[in-house]
Every structure is written in structure tokens, then in C-alpha cells.
Write a protein that binds this ligand. Sequence first.
Ligand code: KDO
Length: 335
Amino acid sequence: MTTTSTLRRRILMGAAAAGLSTGALPGFAQTKTLLRISTPAVPDAWHAKMWTVFKDALEKSAPGEFDVQINLNASLFKQGTEPAAMARGNLELTSISPADIAKLVPEFSVFTAGYVIRDPAHQQQIFSGPIGAELFKLVTEKMDVTVLSTCYLGTRQVNLREVRQVKTPADLKGVKLRMPGSKDWLFLGNALGATATPLAFGEVYLGLKTGTIDGQDNPLPSVRAAKFYEVTKQIVLTSHLVDSLFIAIANKSFSALSPSQKQKVSTAAQAAAAYNNDNNIKEESQLVEFFKKEGLQVTVPDVDAFRKSVQTTYLNSDYAKVWPKGLLERINATK
Ligand code: KDO
């Protein structure tokens, strides 16, 4: 039996023997450019669904040119290992956290610090302006990836397994707070007053259910999408990190594209981020009610006490020493 691929191979071999350029054969599909995406996001998260927006946008603007493969739940690469996979040429696209960037671009650690970015609008101003341009240039140079757009993951809150009186960082003493597994995240968890414990996102639900951890921190939309509310009893609205994710493409893959394809990929990444941002902002404003209905206690701590303590911890640490002179002031002055 002659399969379609055998037939296609024969035709292409014939064309090659005849000295024709196989890429120019009229009426035959060109090889599609493979764009593999890997993310730890669960399917119901906006920053997972945004990849379908990306794929649909590209199918519309460049029909048949790209083979976009979306891999959720860290099914292709473990959380935090995506930049290394991109460097090895095994992955084309992902969404990178500031903490992942900070591993190779220490200047970026300012965005892993609590209470620096004020809100989603401030975040967009920073990353779409001169500060973003300067830092993304370093990202390109040191990580060999190009940032295409900035996503608002949400504002991180503390989410506890058992109800606890939490007003200030001192009240989190001894709480085993799960944080993603890198030193910048752990520093943040400890700065909040808790005992930070590293764990991959995909293991958090079980950790909360079985009690190997006492709590975790994530934005409300992530708490909803990953169903952490099923295995926790309290959300403390510390609002300690206005969190970002950056849609990034490996430089090798990006530079292999034509100028028009580059434009289309960038536009699709912008559309994906806009979809994610609109939905996360909208949902975040509705979720406190949802969690209360689910039986959780949603409590408001002394946020000023948290802010003061966390900011002082960072400013007295080695982190502040690698932040470029004046950067924090420029971030604060960005309107
Ligand atoms: C998490 O592990 O808590 C985190 O929120 C960190 C983010 O940087 C990002 O990796 C996110 O998980 C995943 O996309 C899952 O939502």
C-alpha cells in the first residue's frame, strides 16, 4: 500500500532528481516551522488557554506555516527547566518567570522581590517602557531568548491548609510554605516570615492534601484553576507579589523566521498576553466571593507590616547589591 508520506517522498525525490527546488513545488505543503511550547500551567489557567489564542492567531495570519504544539502540566519539560531546553534546541517557546530569568540575569531579581510592582498597570508600564527594553536586552544576550510579551499571572496571596490568625510576618513563623523550587522564590517565602519549602507546582495539590506542606502562595486565578481551594481553608490577602510571566522564543528559532513571520509570531504573542491579562484581572476581582462560597476564610492581614518587613529584608540582602543603581527608584517612579 502506498501511504501519503511514501507518495510525497517519491514525488520529492523525483523533483530533486529533476533539479527542482523541492520548497518551490506548487501545490505541495511546505515543511511547517515547529513551535513547541512547554508550561507547567494547568489546562484551566488563563496562561494555559492563552497558548490556544497564540496558535489560532498564527493559523489565521500564517495559514499552514507553523506547527504549534502546546504541552501543558509540565508534560514536556519540568517547571523551571524550559530555558535550558530552549538553549539545547529542544523547545521553541515558553512563558518564563522573573525567578527563572534571575538565575542567569541577576539584575532581573528586582522583580522577584515582594512589594516592588504595584499593580498590573504598573507592570505593563515597566515592561513596555525603557526599563523593560534595557532588561530584555540583557535577557536576549545572556539567555539567548527573545521576550515577546508580558503576561500578568496575578497577585500572589498566601493560601493555608488550616485557619490561622495572620496579621504580620511573625504570625507565619514555622509555617511550611511551599514555594517554587529556586533560591529567589525561597527567599521570598522566608521574607514573608514563613519557612519556605521547595516543591514543583504539579505536586502542590497533593502536598496540601496530605499535609506535607502547610500552605502555598499563588495568585487567586491559579488557586482556582489548580483547585487548591479544595484542600485549603484560608487565603490571607498579603498581595506580596504582582507576578509576571514573559512569553519568550529561542533566539535560534526566532532568527530563522522571515521578517513577516517574526512580525506574525510577535503579534500572536501580544494577543495571547492580552487575552491572559484581561481574564486574570477580571477573574481576580471576582474570586474572593467564589472562595468564600467554597467555605474558605479570606482574611486581610496588616499589609503595611508585611510590605515594610519584606522590603527591609530585600534591601538588607545581597539581592539589592546586584540591582543596577537607580533601578528601584526608576521602577517606583514609573506611573
Ligand atoms: C508556581 O509554581 O507557584 C507558579 O505560580 C510559578 C510561576 O512562575 C509559574 O511557573 C506558574 O507556577 C505555573 O505556570 C503554573 O501556574
